[in-house]
Design a binder for this molecule. Structure first.
Ligand code: SF4
Length: 81
């Protein structure tokens, strides 16, 4: 699978590092290292990490291509034009 983190959004909260330490590592206070192509077996952990990120900085591929994790509000209201 493929993972992209919007490092402009990332605030170094490290939720992802706790939930998927194999893929995300915080170096110092704010430098985040991550594996952009983790094994598919990591998908569940990556999904949990993306859902837990307070600023929705983690995107990963799904059957429909890349998607960003959505806030609960976005999920409730959908993406209407
Ligand atoms: S949980 Fe989100 S904000 Fe925190 S380090 Fe990970 S990507 Fe960055």
């Amino acid at each position: 699978m493929r993972v992209v983190i919007n490092l402009n959004r990332c605030q170094g909260y490290a939720q992802c590092c706790f939930l998927a330490p194999e893929s995300f590592k915080l170096i110092g206070d704010e430098a985040l290292l991550y594996n952009p192509a983790p094994d598919d077996s990591m998908r569940e952990k990556i999904e949990r990490a993306a859902a837990a990120c307070p600023v929705q900085a983690i995107a990963f591929d799904s059957a429909n291509g890349y998607r960003h994790s959505t806030t609960q509000q976005e999920a409730a209201h959908g993406h209407q034009a």
